[in-house]
Design a protein around this ligand. Sequence first.
Ligand SMILES: NC(=O)c1ccc[n+]([C@@H]2O[C@H](COP(=O)([O-])OP(=O)(O)OC[C@H]3O[C@@H](n4cnc5c(N)ncnc54)[C@H](OP(=O)(O)O)[C@@H]3O)[C@@H](O)[C@H]2O)c1
Length: 408
Amino acid sequence: MSRESCSIGLLGLGTVGTAFHELLGRRADEIEAICERRPRIDGVLRRSEGDFEEILARADIVVELIGGTEPAREYVLRALEAGKHVVSANKQLIAQHGDELFAAARAAGVQLRFEAAVAGVVPVIRVISESLAGTEMTRVFGIVNGTTNFILTEMANTGATYASALERAQELGYAEADPTDDITGADAAAKMAILARLAFHTPVNLADVTFEGIAEIQPDDIAYARDLGLSLKLLGVAERVGGGISVRVFPCFLYRGHPLAPVEGPFNAVMVEAPAITEITMSGPGAGGTETATAVLGDVVSILSGDAPVHEPRERLDVVRDISSAFYLHLEVADRHGVLAQIADVLGRNEVSVRSVVQRGLGNDARLVMVMHEGPESRFDAALEEIASLDFLRAAPRAIRVIEEEFV
Ligand SMILES: NC(=O)c1ccc[n+]([C@@H]2O[C@H](COP(=O)([O-])OP(=O)(O)OC[C@H]3O[C@@H](n4cnc5c(N)ncnc54)[C@H](OP(=O)(O)O)[C@@H]3O)[C@@H](O)[C@H]2O)c1
């Protein structure tokens, strides 16, 4: 790296790349004062402009803001192998090719930083892999997808259907024209794979993360939940379970006292738990050009300032699938004698215990909304399968997880 200046090769000049270009221009004096090196953009690559080989030859740091896995993977790998530091905002790249890229960075003695890949400008990567390196984390969880949080907030606050809340998110620029990755939970799954890897020092791939999305959520699930004091979020949860780990994304009800319950709109929030620190909650904007570019520039400053943590797995932890959860269960049934007793019998035989029940008449039918106490998901799934086959059921049962913990 030259003493006076640091040459940055910028790959991608879209929403984040353009914001990064502008921000760097505005902040170069301050960064030079802090780091005693002046970063300057020395080559831009986009589909219609620039030559990767020329940019690579000149760069001290390569900033990858293209997105997707190819050609981003090839460019990042080439840069690391050529001894260049790399900053990326690309969650799919890190979640799917982390092993290969971290190994290449280690072999070349260079840094690979990716703060913006999870929760935008909220500094969760730095906190987990640097600030909290001195403690054994037991759980990292939170709201890591702003699009779905906006949709769920809109449904809760206005009674909108899922489809019209999604349309509103697209109008406001919170959802892309093709929102599949967001609403299926795939985007959040990639982010949780990254957080789990860093928190537990074990290889975690996308295939290790089970995920569910929000497309099946109905406005009346949210309305009933409100009566029960619950609010709905799409949560990512990575935790130690026995001798292994579990990494999952699922829609989930939270009681009002939970720190994540008031996180609304496109905001993200991540909580970290460890015996020594109790818990830390970080929240803020999870996306946006300037916000994301701010995290990218923070990574550039970190590279100019010194060493990065090593993201090498220390052990291989098993992925545990049968987790303990509480559930909300929504049933539409014929309003006749003995229905509740039969449902209670199925739940009882499967050792699923009920915490609360709300029943409402619907003409000849009735709606039963129940919240269960926490228990193994396999037992609840078995009960649900039996309930789904009862002849008095008027529609398929709907089940959503509930986090029971209340915080003070
Ligand atoms: N947008 C956000 O709020 C946000 C938040 C967090 C993280 N991120 C991450 O930041 C990264 C960039 O996102 P973005 O929203 O800025 O994307 P974007 O607006 O779609 O911009 C992508 C840029 O990459 C260039 N590009 C695409 N394919 C290319 C190729 N094959 N070769 C060379 N250049 C190519 C495009 O070139 P052209 O200009 O020629 O089309 C464009 O300049 C992604 O990894 C994304 O996940 C974004």
